[in-house]
Ligand binder design. Structure first.
Ligand code: BGC
Length: 725
């Protein structure tokens, strides 16, 4: 009786609920509103039905250097973009490349890509993204052309400064965080350049051939993470060809992998001038053509595309699919409602730039404990070298930032020590060069003056390296040699002042053999953003304990690097065959037993760390399980410091070629003096898979794997073994 009553009662309640729900105003509707995604898809659908073919075609190509059309009568605004990654690029005229000469377009200059990577700190990458996203939004940019995440395949690569690392995991972690930061704003991150833009030489023509395994294990993982974990809304296709087909219309890259396997729902934009066909791009290629030449209506994706549709050579379905993707991005950016305004140049943004810079600086050598400088005992400092007074926000081909300010190294030292120490400057070398980047005849007087100043100063700090003209987009470097006669300057100054510190300001590997051998104190800094000089000075005086680690390998000589050893750079007959396969960067050096000058992950601190008690939660694992690794890290010095604990894995008895070791996780931690931290890192057994070309699948081989934890790729402190069933 009782149960019968309960049943009848429940049925009545359920009926009421169903009725109210069906009417759409009941309690269930309230707790289950249309999801954001469904609303967006509905809106796209309704807009698409209202658009003419001509209006759709208008959306598929630029109508300005950095804009493409919306549909005014339907309330769809133009879609706007700006470069990163160094900061939001200054405003340029709508139809050209000249500066628009605005007075309101200055922005924060953030440390370059390899500097950000040297922090090994995804939290900083997120803050970078958030700040640059806010600035892009304040400048009314809907798409920010960053981050740039191609793999550093050769140390000579012209865009090494913009890119991050030779390692796919480090690259991906930072990219994901940066994208998530950017997209806290109504701004689409645009990850570039998809894919295999690893050299500038003939970048618009070169055909890259790479094994499927290397593609999957080295060149694509960061892009995959950017889409699947970072949820990047847009992707920029690279200039080059891949397996004979331009990236802008590469069916394999764009359809099979990006849209198919990775389920990417956003839009693909071309690199500027990177579209080469109407029918190919129309049918299998990207959504928006940018940067082509000639009048906009003549571009591949303009009137020629309209004609191709009318002639039945490109399907209406293909056009609609593109428009849908563009609208999907627009509805989350340019058409998003109720957004909070962005901000430019806030103290918070400059603090972010400072924090990144101060964690990116790499201490290479401090043999005499000259650093941190003991300012109480120093009365005079000779600051020497063109890079001490140079700014890096712009210069050279490619995107720069018209920054509100940039603290030079000299200014930073004056800011921090100027009251108590006499600081004098000598230029040391001239960075003038001709068009082939050959340095104009060195001026011996500059060295003599620098030597005189160094001789009478307590400490000499020489700022050498490169600059934004020497390292630039569109051209690879021709040598690893330090430019501008810098080695002669270093030798001359070092000979007269025993307290000489060498600071290299550059963003890619250089030949530091002689300096490493002859100098006791070496610091590496980068194109380090608006606050670069303050951060560097704080490292030199010990206010900041350096914690940067190299995101790529420095070879002893160029031919030690894989692409050069195998003579596959820059390729022949417009073909670059990546013969080194998966052995890129440290994977090559370690596997081939070649000692680098500075290894991947290298960087010292003013304190020291010891590692102990490496353990895994199990010894034996099956697929789909998680491996939990713990290790104790103790700060054995006298000051607090940050350490990047790096976890590498190798498969000892694989049936296929495996690198000696591969980075599988890392964690940056702060440890106070004398304290010990328990560091816990996880990895999935599935992350240990290699890409099997026969089955075209990721395969985890059973067997014994070596787990290595250390302070750099060559400084492994603890090892253990696990077995995969
Ligand atoms: C670069 C892109 C950049 C575009 C627009 C191209 O030369 O390769 O990275 O976003 O120009 O400035």
């Amino acid at each position: 009786m009782k149960t019968k009553f309960i049943k009848a009662f429940s049925l009545a309640i359920l009926t009421v609920l169903c009725i109210t729900t069906a009417r759409g105003n009941g309690p269930l509707t309230k707790t289950n509103p249309l999801s954001k995604e469904t609303k967006i898809e509905k809106k796209i659908d309704s807009l698409l039905h209202l658009m003419t073919l001509e209006e759709k075609i208008e959306m598929l190509h630029g109508n300005g250097t950095f804009t493409s059309a919306g549909v005014k009568r339907l309330g769809i605004p133009d879609f706007t973009s700006a470069d990163g990654p160094l900061g939001v690029r200054e405003e340029i005229v709508r139809n050209g490349w000249a500066a628009a000469n605005w007075t309101t377009d200055s922005a924060t200059f953030f440390p370059n890509g390899s500097a950000l990577a040297a922090t090994w700190n995804p939290k900083l990458a997120f803050r970078y993204g958030e700040a640059i996203g806010e600035e892009a939004h304040a400048r009314n940019k809907n798409m920010l052309l960053a981050p740039a995440i191609n793999i550093t395949r050769t140390p000579l690569g012209g865009r090494t400064f913009e890119y991050m690392s030779e390692d796919p995991l480090l690259n991906g972690r930072l990219a994901v965080a940066a994208i998530q930061g950017i997209q806290t704003q109504p701004v689409a991150a645009c990850v570039k350049h998809f894919a295999l833009n690893n050299q500038e030489t003939e970048r618009g023509l070169i055909n890259v051939e790479v094994s499927e395994r290397a593609l999957r294990e080295i060149y694509l993982p960061a892009f995959k993470a950017a889409i699947q974990e970072g949820h990047a809304l847009t992707v920029m296709a690279a200039y080059n060809k891949f397996r004979g087909v331009y990236c802008a219309e590469n069916d394999y890259l764009l359809n099979k992998i990006l849209r198919g396997e990775w389920n990417f729902k956003g839009l693909v934009v071309s690199d500027w001038g990177g579209v080469h066909s109407t029918i190919g791009t129309g049918n299998t290629g990207l959504e928006i053509e940018m940067g082509s030449s000639g009048s906009y209506d003549k571009w591949y994706m303009a009137t020629p595309l309209l004609d191709a549709v009318k002639a039945g050579k490109v399907s209406m379905t293909a056009i609609d699919a593109k428009v849908v993707r563009i609208l999907r991005v627009m509805l989350q950016t340019s058409m998003k409602k109720n957004v909070i305004a962005g901000e430019l140049n806030t103290p918070k943004h400059y603090k972010t730039a400072y924090d990144i810079a101060s964690e990116s600086i790499v201490l290479l050598k401090n043999e005499k404990q000259l650093l941190p400088l003991n300012s109480a005992r120093i009365k005079s400092i000779a600051v020497i070298g063109d890079n001490a007074t140079r700014r890096f926000a712009s210069g050279g081909f490619g995107a720069g930032v018209k920054t509100k300010y940039e603290i030079t190294a000299l200014k930073g030292l004056e800011n921090k020590l100027g009251k108590s120490v006499s600081i004098q400057f000598a230029q040391g070398y001239s960075a003038k060069m001709n068009r082939d980047k050959k340095v104009t005849t060195p001026d011996p007087k500059l060295i003599t003056d620098a030597v005189e100043l160094a001789r009478k100063s307590d400490v000499a700090i020489i700022f050498i390296g490169s600059n934004r003209i020497y390292e630039e987009e569109s051209i690879d470097r021709s040598t690893l040699e330090l430019p501008f006669n810098e080695q002669a300057l270093v030798n001359a100054v070092t000979a007269v002042n025993p307290n000489t510190i060498v600071v290299v300001v550059a963003a890619a590997p250089y030949d530091l053999n002689e300096i490493k051998k002859n100098n006791h104190t070496i610091v590496w800094s980068w194109f380090n953003g608006s606050e670069g000089g303050n951060a560097l000075a704080d490292v030199l005086i010990g206010k900041v304990n350096p914690s940067g680690k190299f995101p790529f390998t420095f070879p002893v000589k160029l031919d030690d690097s894989p692409a050069h050893a195998l003579n596959t750079f820059p390729g022949e007959n417009q073909k670059a065959d990546y013969k080194e396969g998966i052995l890129v960067g440290y994977r090559w050096f370690d596997t081939k037993n070649i000692d680098p000058l500075y290894c991947f992950g290298y960087g010292l601190s003013y304190t020291t760390f010891t590692y102990s008690a490496l353990t895994t939660n199990q010894r034996l694992y099956s697929k789909d399980e998680k491996i939990s690794v713990t290790v104790k890290v103790k700060n054995t010095g006298k000051i607090a410091g940050k350490e990047t604990v790096q976890l590498y894995v190798s498969h000892l008895k694989s049936t296929v070629l495996q690198p000696e070791k591969e980075l599988r996780n890392f964690q940056k931690i702060l440890v106070n003096a004398g304290k010990e931290s328990l560091v816990k890192m996880e990895l999935n057994v599935n992350d240990l898979a290699y890409f099997d070309e026969t089955s075209n699948k990721w395969v985890v081989e059973p067997g014994t794997y070596k787990i290595m934890v250390g302070s750099s790729s060559k400084d492994i402190r603890q090892t253990t073994e696990i077995t995969i069933k």
